[in-house]
Ligand binder design. Structure first.
Ligand SMILES: Cc1cc2nc3c(=O)[nH]c(=O)nc-3n(C[C@H](O)[C@H](O)[C@H](O)COP(=O)(O)OP(=O)(O)OC[C@H]3O[C@@H](n4cnc5c(N)ncnc54)[C@H](O)[C@@H]3O)c2cc1C
Length: 405
């Protein structure tokens, strides 16, 4: 009899696992708590659907920090060219942007998801929405809450791809954590990743500048410098350059209570040049006009400078130049996980074997963001979800073949 596999979680990781299982002739049921699949994937499409990154593999693997070694085989076997080839087979043309990021040419997720689900259904996948997995029954059946009450389904193997903890309204709420901890798997608490931060702005600053982009700056924390842009929010900062530093900032706040981020507001000018320009006589011009004329700093950049600079520094061209090149911003907290792009934490990588199978629960495989890894934005998140989903699907098929041989 053909083995029957349950894939629980219909995001990119679960769908990729299902695809591999179906390709090996297995029967696949996909269960998801939500009324439709891939909601976070569709949300990722709202910002352009950055599918992967075209940089050399060594740099790519380096984005995963300590988890890079464990994820290496799966990321290597489904690298950026493979992701692009896969999208192409689904009729979705992609391109590599100037930053190396890879997007569909139409920047949309819906056509890709539609084509993918169509192909999965065609290959025999049975899709069960509004099925929230709650754990195992005494005889090992999968328990679900559904609109018609509690139901149970059996399976010969199970792939869990339940996502992390960000944006829970899209389906991934981390409710699986106590279930897997009880099953004996080591679980690391979920933390926001690629998240914004709180800063104690003055009422004046937040009323005047909330929502404004701060472009062409360099953000520094420790030895890491990131050139790019971010957004000043009513409660602090968010956006791509901030996300790149967010893991280190989050960990610093958690151990020291706050983190000091510095901003170079004028990366194309040296401190010496700024000092010389600021020292020019300003005559009857206001300080704001003088600053704009000699440094080009206006709007939110000038607002940031004023927000954290005292009068004595403003009056001294040398000190002001140094302040423009290294403006300190004190971050007091991460924004809540509900607002983060992704999460860190989840099933510890030492709780799974090379097939992505839970050591504590043979026959149960895990993939995607529910595993304890994190990476910056840039296509790395989806890439790792695809790659680990693929590896878990292959792992489950391999395990079944051995188990049933
Ligand atoms: C606003 C936003 C933009 C993003 N943009 C990008 C981007 O451009 N590039 C990129 O690489 N990444 C991006 N990401 C991150 C990326 O979308 C996620 O990393 C990815 O979707 C995670 O895939 P996953 O399959 O592991 O989990 P998910 O996509 O979260 O899917 C998990 C599925 O499991 C289901 N589920 C959860 N618990 C249960 C349960 N108990 N029972 C049954 N079903 C359950 C959920 O309903 C969900 O459908 C973005 C994220 C956000 C929030």
């Amino acid at each position: 009899m053909t083995a029957r596999i349950a894939v629980v979680g219909g995001g990119p990781a679960g769908l990729m696992a299902a695809e591999r299982l179906l390709a090996q002739g297995l029967e696949v049921d996909i269960y998801d708590a939500m009324p439709s699949l891939g909601r976070k994937f569709l949300m990722a499409g709202k910002s352009g659907l950055n599918l992967t990154h075209g940089e050399p593999l060594a740099a790519f693997l380096g984005r995963f920090g300590d988890a890079g070694e464990a994820l290496d085989p799966s990321l290597r076997s489904f690298d950026a060219p493979a992701v692009r080839g896969w999208a192409d087979e689904l009729g979705i043309e992609t391109f590599v942007g100037s930053s190396g990021r890879v997007f569909p040419v139409n920047f949309k997720a819906a056509p890709l998801l539609r084509a993918w689900l169509h192909r999965l259904r065609g290959a025999g996948a049975r899709i069960h929405v509004r099925h929230k997995w709650t754990g195992w029954s005494g005889d090992g059946g999968l328990c679900f809450e559904t609109p018609v009450g509690a139901v149970q389904h059996g399976s010969d193997a199970t792939v869990l791809a339940l996502g992390g903890g960000s944006w829970p309204r899209l389906g991934s709420d981390g409710a699986w954590m106590p279930v897997l901890a009880k099953a004996g798997a080591r679980i690391v608490a979920l933390k926001p990743s690629n998240c914004g931060f709180d800063i104690d702005w003055s009422d004046h600053f937040s009323a005047r500048f909330a929502g404004q982009p701060v472009k062409s700056v360099v953000l520094s924390f420790g030895d890491t410098h990131v050139e790019g842009e971010f957004v000043a929010t009513g409660s602090g900062i968010e956006g791509s350059a901030v996300y790149t530093l967010s893991a280190a900032l989050r960990d610093a706040i958690s151990s020291a209570g706050a983190a000091m981020l510095t901003l170079d507001l004028a990366p194309d000018r040296s401190a010496a040049r700024l000092e010389a320009e600021l020292a020019k006589p300003r005559g009857k011009k206001s300080m704001a006009t003088h600053l704009r004329r000699v440094t080009g700093l206006t709007g939110v950049k000038a607002g940031l400078l004023r927000e954290v600079t005292d009068a004595r520094t403003f009056a001294d061209p040398r000190m002001l130049a140094l302040q423009i090149k290294s403006l300190p911003l004190r971050l007091t907290a991460t924004r809540p996980i509900e607002e983060a792009i992704s999460s860190a934490g989840g099933v510890a990588l030492d709780a799974i074997d090379a097939n992505y199978m839970l050591i504590a629960r043979p026959g149960v495989f895990c993939a995607g963001e529910m595993l304890d890894w994190e990476a910056p934005t840039g296509g790395y998140l989806l890439s790792a979800c695809f790659a680990t989903g693929r590896a878990a699907g292959d792992g489950a098929a391999r395990w079944l073949a051995l188990d049933r041989a």
